[in-house]
Write a protein that binds this ligand. Sequence first.
Ligand SMILES: *Cc1c(COP(=O)(O)O)cnc(C)c1O
Length: 390
Amino acid sequence: MSQRPIYLDAHATTPMDERVLAAMLPYFTEHFGNPSTNTHVYGWEASAAVKSAREAIAAIINATPEEIVFTSGATEANNLAIKGVAEAYFNQGKHIITVATEHRAVLDPCAYLETLGFEVTYLPVQPDGLLDIEQLKAAIREDTILVSVMAANNEIGVLQPLTKIGEICHSHGVLFHTDAAQAIAKIPLDVAAMNIDLMSLTAHKVYGPKGIGALYVRRRDPRVKLASQIQGGGQERGRRSGTLYTPQIVGFAQALEIAMASRELESDRLLQLKKQLWSMFETLEGIHLNGSFTDSLTGNLNLSIEGVDGSALLLAIQSAIAVSSGSACSSTSTAPSHVLTALGRDEKLAHASLRFGIGRFNTTEEIKTAGEVAIATIKSLRQANQLQPQ
Ligand SMILES: *Cc1c(COP(=O)(O)O)cnc(C)c1O
C-alpha cells in the first residue's frame, strides 16, 4: 500500500480530534431532538446541549451566550457581519474599510456591497503583511460604518494588531469586525479588551467539524444592529434562521475547549516545528519568507522560492507532502495569490510559493521528511531549469 502524503495543510482544514467526535456521536442518534422544540424531552436534551456549548464558546472570547449566533462557518459569519451591518446602518453611512489581504469571504461580500452603492477602502499592507495603523486612522471618514480586519491570515499567518485597531474604531464610533477563523483558540482573543464588535469563528480549523461556526455580535456598548441574511423559523433570536445542528455545535465547543486547555503548549510545540522546518530551508539560496516570522501563527510557514515554477513544484511534491500554494479556497484559479502580491511579491514569486500549515498531529520526523523532500525537489527542479535553454 502506498503511503499517504504528510498532511501539512492545517490552514485549509484540520482532521477532527477523536475526543470531538466522541462528544458529538450521541447527538446524531440518541439525543437527536430539535433544540427549538419545547414540548418534550427530546427537544429539551438538544436544547440543553446547545445551551452549554453556547456558554462555553462565549466564555472563551469573553462574551455572553446571547451574543453568539451559530452559522455554517466563517464564510457565512463574515457575510452576516458585513452585509448585516451594511443593511442595518446604511442610513448612517455607506463606507467600509477592509484590507487587501483578507479572505475572499470578506472581500467578496464587500465587492458585492460596492455594486449596491457602498464604498469600500481596501488598505494595503506593509511588506511583512501587517497593517499600517496610521493608514487605518487616515482612512476613517464621517460616513465609515464598519472596519473589517482579520485576526490571523490564512495564507501567511500574520497576526494583525487587533487591540490597537479596536481602540481606533471605538474612539471613532465605528464598528469593528474581525474574521478570527484561523486565530480562535490559537491566540488570546477577548472581545471586551480588544473592543471587537463582531467576530467570525469556525470549528474546522481547530480540529472540530466542518459546517459549523459562529458570529459574535456585541449586545452592549454599543448594541450592534444586524439585518438577518437568512429568514425563516426565527432561531438565534431572528438573526439566523434554520434548525440548529446540535452535533456540530457540541463538537465546535468541545474542539475549542480542548484547544484552549492546551493552547500555549501547542503553540510552543508548533513554533519548534516551524523553526525546525525554516532552519532546513535556510540552507538554500533564493528562499523568501512571506509575512512576519514573529507576528504570526506559530504553525504557519509560507515561502516563495526562486528558480522554480510554482505548479511544477507542487506537482512534484504532492505525492509526498500535502501543502498548498496560495490558498485552497482559490486553488481553482491560476491567478497568483492576492495576499502574496499585496506583500509586493512579483507574479513569479507569488506563484512559486509553498504554504506549510503545521498542526496538532504533526511530528518532528514528519517535518524532517517534508523538509528533505521539498528541498530535494527544489534542487532538482532548479537543476533541470538550468539545463534548459532559456
Ligand atoms: C477558512 C477560512 C474562512 C472560511 O471558513 P469556513 O468555515 O470554511 O466557511 C474564512 N476566513 C478565514 C480567514 C479562513 O481561514
